[in-house]
Design a binder for this molecule. Sequence first.
Ligand SMILES: [Zn+2]
Length: 318
Amino acid sequence: MNRPAPHTLRTVTGDLPVGSVGGPVLAHEHLVLDLDRRGDGAAVLHPELHAAAVTAELATLRVESGLALVVELTCRGMGRDIGALARISRDARVAVVAATGWYYEPFHTPEIDAGDVEQLTGVLVREIEGGIDGTGIRPGVLGEIGSHGDVPTPSEAKVLRAGARAAVRTGLSVATHAQLGRGGLAQLELLTGEGLPAHRIGIGHQDLLDDPGVHRELAAEGAYVAFDTVGKTSYQDDRTRLRLLLALVEAGHADRALLSCDISRHGYLLDEGGQGYGHLFRSFLPRLRAAGADDDLVDLLTRRNPLRFLTGASEEDN
Ligand SMILES: [Zn+2]
C-alpha cells in the first residue's frame, strides 16, 4: 500500500517534509468550490473568476503572517478543481493539501446511492492512490466528510464509514463537516467504529456549537476539535468562539484545537469586502493573544496541531 512516508505531507505540488513547514497552517479552507444550489452564484469560488483574488490573498499572508500551508477540504460534489488548486498553490507559493470524500447529504452524488460502503471506499482509495481526475495529483486528507443533525442520515453514515475505511487503508486523516457544529460525537463514534484512531479525526465546525462539554469530550477521546469558521459572524460571533477556545485550552486540551476561516463564498474574499483568509491572523489571533496566549500556544494551535492531525504524529514528534 502506497502510504505517505511518515513526516511527509502530500500536497498538490508534491510531497513536502513536515519539518519544512515553519509557519502557520489554515486547517480548513476552500480555494475553489461550487456549492450553488439557488442559482445565485454566492457559494462559489470560481477557478477563473476568483482565482486571482484568492492567490493574491494567500501570497500576502505568506509574506505578512508566514502562512505556509492550506488544507483545502473541497471534495467530490463540491466543485473541486485540482488543476486550479495546483496553479493557485504555485502562484501564491503556499503549499496546499487537497481532499477527497463527500460532503453532507444535500450535496451527495448519485454514486453514493448506487454503491455500498466497500464500493465507496474503493472510489476514495483509488483517488488517494491514483490521483484526482486523471491528473496524478493525489489528495492528502479525507474531508470534509459531512453530516447534519445530531445523528448522520443513513446515506451520511455510509459515507463516514467509507471515509474511515479509506483512511485506515491509506494512512490519511479524516476532517468532518458537522453542520452548525451538531453531531460531532456521533461522527466520532462511526469513524472510530471502523477502526480509525481518534487522533486521525478532526471534527469540524465546533466553534458553531456553544457547548464546551462536547468539545472536552471530543478532545478527551483524542480527536481534534476544529474551530474552523472564525470570522463567520452571521453564524457565531468571534467573542463566543474565543470563549469556547479558551475553555478548551483551560481544560488541558490545547493540543487538540484546529483553527481556520472556512472561506466558502466569493463575498468572503477581501476584495469583495469580506473577512478574507487572513481574518484569523489579523483579527482573531490578536484577540487570543490579548486574552493571554503566548507565542508557543499560538504556534501549537496554528502549526503543530494541524501538522500532527494530518500526519498522525504524536506531540513529541513536532
Ligand atoms: Zn468547509
